[in-house]
Design a binder for this molecule. Sequence first.
Ligand SMILES: Nc1nc2c(ncn2[C@@H]2O[C@H](COP(=O)(O)OP(=O)(O)OP(=O)(O)O)[C@@H](O)[C@H]2O)c(=O)[nH]1
Length: 199
Amino acid sequence: MTFTLTLASGSEIRRHLLENAGLQIDVVRPRVDESALRHSLLAEQTPPRDIADTLAELKALRVSSKKPSALVLGCDQVLNLDGQLLSKPRSLEEARSQLLDMRGKRHDLLSAAVLCEAGKPVWRHVGVARMTTRTFSEDWLEGYLERNWPEIGESVGAYQLEAEGVRLFSRIEGDYFTVLGLPLLDLLSFLTLRGDLPT
Ligand SMILES: Nc1nc2c(ncn2[C@@H]2O[C@H](COP(=O)(O)OP(=O)(O)OP(=O)(O)O)[C@@H](O)[C@H]2O)c(=O)[nH]1
């Protein structure tokens, strides 16, 4: 029987990364009001990595409780800019102001992943990538927004590293997959260790 991983995420790129790695994926989107929970965690001064981990676990648990026999992966990525947590831009204007705030500075991307089985967490990992943004010109930024909106609205930092978003950076520390939103190598190692994937 082929191993199937249930992905509790609406993120296209997460599904692509897993399918491109050869995994059989079943997508079940969780019904979770992320922003309400994110706000209450922020109000309690919860550290960014714990926010990402809590949200990832909630999404995985929500689906796992409905599919107890499945192995369910929940994910969440937060962008930490000088202690401020940014969310996915809701408009081109918001993307512009977010990118101008990020210009010439460093920000961290924290990509949390939690696996649940029979309503219980069985593995968790938070990958961290440190992004150094170059001091791009406003002219270039306008062109970037025109060429890449609305696709970049799907990304927490208003960029797709695998596309033109790479032009925003002068340096990246951490793995590529963590930037795209999934600590893929750590996940694959665990699944191989567990025997779900062939060694
Ligand atoms: N294609 C692409 N997506 C990115 C990149 N950086 C971040 N993202 C996406 O930005 C989104 C971060 O928001 P999340 O709240 O973690 O996930 P989501 O897209 O809302 O999906 P859910 O898992 O259903 O919550 C994820 O889908 C990431 O995959 C990137 O460089 N390229």
